[in-house]
Design a protein around this ligand. Structure first.
Ligand code: 6R9
Length: 635
C-alpha cells in the first residue's frame, strides 16, 4: 500500500475529522491507492442499519490473493512472506518467500479444484499452526471457496455442529499436531466428527506428526502425493466485492455459535489499512502475532493484513512455555521481531515466571508491542511495558471483535500517547458512541455506557451464515440504527476509551469468548444434573475463569462429588473443548430465579467473586431464600 500513514497526532485528528465528515471519500481513497482490482466499484458504501444490510465497494471485482501474493512478486518475490517457527525449537524454522508461497497456494488450489471444490463451496480447515494452514486458506480464496477455520482444539461435537451449519463439502485436517511436549490426534477427532456430517465428501489429510491414522477409502486422501504432482499455475477466480471470503464462528450469549460471514473487498481494505497504521509497518519489519489462526486475530493479523502489505509474518506452532517459559523471548531474539502482538492472558502467565527468563534475551529489535482479546489490567500493562517494551515500545491495546473484522479502537504508535488499560482512540472511519439503557446517546466525557458504533466500516461482518434475522437482532436491535458491540466502555476526560468488559452473557477466558448457554447445555446433558448456571470470576492468569452452579436431580449426600465434577468437566471437554472446563463447581439445591424464570446471574457472580455483602435488590426473586443457602454451601 502506498502512503496511507497517519504521521502524528494533528494528522490523526485531521484524518479522523475527514473520515467522519465524508466516510465515502475517505475509504474510496484508501481502496483506490492501496490495492489491485479487476474492476472498480460503482459505489463506495450502501447501507441500511435498520435492515442490517451493508455493502462496500459495490460491483468491484478482485481476488484477495492477487493482493496478498501476485502483486508482490515483481517487487519482493524473494522476500520472506512467512517464517514458520515449529513447536520444537530444534526443528529448523522455515522461511517461505512470496514466490514460494504463491507457488504453494497455486498448487493447493489445483489440488482442491481437482477434488471438486468450486467457487462458493464451503471448506472446513482444522489444522494446527503450520504453513499449510495459511496455504489452504489462501488456496480457497484463490478459487473462490469459502473457508471456515475451526480451531484445532475443539472437540468432534463442536466441529460437527459448525460443519453442519455451513455444510462443508470438504474438511482439511492433519494427522496430528504438536503442542509443547504433547502430540494430539487431530485426525481421530475429525473421524468422529465426520460420522455426524452428511455434507462432507472428502477429508484431505496433511502429514505433520506422522502418527498412526485410519484412512477411510473413498473419503480420506493424503495431500502429499496430489500436491507433488499439481501444477503451479492457477489463475485466480474473479470475485465480487461482496462474495463471502470466510465464515468464522464466535460464541453468542445464547444458543449455538454464530457463523460470522466476512466478505472480500471491505475485509481486505480494512485489515490492510489497520495493519499498516497500528503496527507502524515498514518494509523490512519482521512481524509476529502469537494468536492462533483459528481465531479472528490470526485471520486478520497473521494472514490477510500482513500479506496484503507484503510483510513478513511469523506462524508459531508452539506454546509460550515450551520447552521453557522463555519461548516467546527466544523467538523474538532469534528472528529479530520488530512488532509483537499477543494477549493479556499470555502476558500475565509469563509475568509470573522469573524475570530472568525475559532478561536473558536481547529484545532490542522490538519497536511496537500489542495486546488483544480482553481488557489488559494495569499490572500486566506495566509489566509488558517495563520488561518487554523496555519503556520504549508503544503498547497498542487494540479493541475489536470477530464481527468487526479488524481493529477499531487502538493507539497508533508514535502518534497517540498511550495510557495504561486504555484502548484510547478510534481509528479513522470508526465512530464509537456510548448509549444508556434508555437508548439515549451519552455525550461528553468522563462517562460510561454501552459501546455502539454509528456508521458502518468496511470490515464489518455482513451477516450470520444462513441466519440474517439473528444478525439483525443481535447487533442492530438493542440500539436502533447502530451496531451494538456487547461491550461496556468508559470515555475519560480527554475522550480516550477504556473497554470495561462484556455486558452480555459472554465470558472471556484466556482471551477466548465463551457463551454461557452452550456450556450449560453441555452440563445439563449429565444424567444427574437438573439445571446449571455458569458465571465468570476474576482469575490471576486467565482474566476470568468459569464457576458453575450445578443443581442435581438428587443431591443425596452419598454421591461422590469429586467424581461428578470430573464427569461434568469431561462432558464439557467432549462437547466444546478443554477451554470451557470449569475451574470451580458448586452443587446447589436451587438457582436464584426472577419471577419470569430467568436465572439472576448478577447474584451468582457476586458469590463466585466471594463478595457476599452487595447483592443489591433481591426482592424480585421468586426464591430469595436460596441466596442464603448458596452462600453458606461449601464447594
Ligand atoms: C479480536 C477479538 C471480542 C471481545 C470484545 C471484547 C474483548 C478484545 C479487547 C477486548 C478490552 C481489548 N476484547 N480486545 N476487551 N480490550 N483490547 O478478541 O475478537 O474473539 O470476537 O472477542 O473481546 O469484549 O467484544 P473476539
Amino acid at each position: 500500500m502506498k502512503n496511507l500513514y497517519i504521521d502524528d497526532l494533528p494528522d490523526y485528528f485531521k484524518q479522523y475529522k475527514k473520515s467522519i465528515k465524508n466516510p465515502k471519500k475517505f475509504w474510496d481513497k484508501i481502496a483506490d491507492e492501496g490495492f489491485v482490482w479487476y474492476q472498480r466499484w460503482s459505489k463506495v458504501v450502501e447501507y441500511d442499519m435498520e435492515k442490517a444490510e451493508i455493502k462496500w465497494f459495490k460491483n468491484a471485482k478482485l481476488n484477495i490473493t492477487k493482493n496478498c501474493l501476485d502483486r508482490h512478486l515483481s517487487v519482493r518475490g524473494d522476500k520472506t512472506a512467512i517464517i514458520f517457527e515449529p513447536n520444537d525449537p530444534k526443528e529448523k524454522a522455515q522461511h517461505i518467500s512470496y514466490k514460494e508461497l504463491h507457488e504453494r497456494v497455486c498448487k493447493m488450489a489445483n489440488v482442491l479444484r481437482d477434488l471438486g471444490v468450486q467457487k462458493g463451496d464451503r471448506v472446513c480447515i482444522y489444522l494446527p499452526m503450520i504453513p499449510e494452514l495459511a496455504v489452504t486458506m489462501l488456496a480457497c480464496a484463490r478459487l473462490g471457496a469459502i473457508h471456515s477455520v475451526i480451531f484445532a482444539g475443539f472437540s468432534d461435537t463442536a466441529v460437527a455442529s459448525r460443519v453442519n451449519d455451513f455444510e462443508a463439502k470438504m474438511i482439511i485436517c492433519s494427522d496430528g499436531s504438536f503442542r509443547g511436549n504433547k502430540a494430539i490426534d487431530l485426525k481421530g477427532i475429525i473421524d468422529k466428527a465426520v460420522e455426524k456430517c452428511p455434507t462432507v465428501e472428502k477429508v484431505l489429510v496433511v502429514k505433520r506428526t506422522a502418527g498412526q491414522v485410519k484412512m477411510t477409502e473413498g473419503r480420506d486422501i493424503w495431500l502429499e502425493p496430489l500436491y507433488e504432482k499439481a501444477s503451479s499455475d492457477f489463475v485466480s477466480v474473479i470475485m465480487d466485492a461482496e462474495d463471502p471470503l470466510f465464515i468464522l464462528y464466535t460464541s453468542g450469549s445464547t444458543g449455538k455459535p454464530k457463523g460470522m460471514v466476512h466478505t472480500t473487498a471491505g475485509y481486505m481494505v480494512f485489515t490492510a489499512y489497520t495493519f499498516k497504521n497500528i503496527f507502524n509497518y515498514k518494509e523490512n519489519d519482521i512481524y509476529w502475532c502469537t494468536a492462533d489462526i483459528g481465531w479472528i486475530t490470526g485471520h486478520s493479523y497473521i494472514l490477510y493484513g500482513p500479506l496484503a502489505n507484503g510483510a513478513t509474518t511469523v506462524i508459531f506452532e508452539g506454546v509460550p512455555t515450551y520447552p521453557e517459559p522463555d519461548r516467546f523471548w527466544d523467538v523474538i531474539e532469534k528472528h529479530k521481531i520488530t512488532q509483537f502482538y499477543t494477549a493479556p492472558t499470555a502476558i500475565r502467565a509469563l509475568a509470573k515466571e522469573s524475570i530472568d527468563w525475559v532478561e536473558k534475551h536481547d529484545l532490542s529489535s522490538l519497536r511496537v508491542i500489542g495486546s488483544v482479546g480482553e481488557p489488559i489490567n494495569d499490572e500486566a500493562w506495566h509489566w509488558y511495558n517495563d520488561h518487554v517494551g523496555k519503556k520504549k515500545c508503544p503498547i497498542v491495546d487494540t479493541w475489536w471483535q470477530t464481527e468487526t473484522g479488524g481493529i477499531m479502537i487502538s493507539p497508533i504508535p508514535f502518534v497517540t500517547p498511550t495510557k495504561p488499560t486504555y484502548a484510547t482512540l478510534p481509528l479513522p472511519g470508526i465512530q464509537p458512541v456510548l448509549m444508556d439503557e434508555k437508548r439515549n446517546e451519552i455525550t461528553g466525557n468522563q462517562v460510561d455506557g454501552n459501546l455502539c458504533i454509528r456508521f458502518p466500516w468496511p470490515g464489518i461482518a455482513r451477516t450470520i451464515w444462513k441466519d440474517h434475522q439473528r444478525y439483525k437482532e443481535t447487533y442492530f436491535t438493542a440500539f436502533p440504527g447502530k451496531y451494538f458491540t456487547g461491550d461496556g466502555a468508559l470515555r475519560d476526560e480527554v475522550g480516550y476509551y477504556r473497554i470495561t468488559g462484556r455486558v452480555d452473557d459472554v465470558i472471556i477466558v484466556s482471551g477466548h469468548n465463551l457463551g454461557t448457554a452452550p456450556i450449560e447445555d453441555s452440563i445439563n446433558q449429565h444424567p444427574a444434573v437438573a439445571e446449571s448456571a455458569i458465571v465468570g470470576y476474576p482469575h490471576d492468569i486467565k482474566g476470568s475463569a468459569l464457576y458453575g452452579f450445578v443443581m442435581l436431580k438428587d443431591i443425596g449426600e452419598s454421591r461422590d462429588k469429586e467424581n461428578l465434577r470430573k464427569e461434568i468437566n469431561q462432558l464439557i471437554t467432549d462437547t466444546i473443548g478443554p477451554i470451557a472446563k470449569l475451574d470451580k463447581i458448586q452443587f446447589v439445591n436451587a438457582l436464584p430465579k426472577t419471577r419470569s424464570g430467568k436465572i439472576m446471574r448478577r447474584i451468582l457472580r457476586k458469590i463466585a467473586e466471594g463478595d457476599f455483602n452487595s447483592f443489591g435488590d433481591i426482592t424480585t426473586l421468586q426464591n430469595p431464600e436460596v441466596v442464603e443457602e448458596i452462600k453458606n454451601e461449601k464447594i
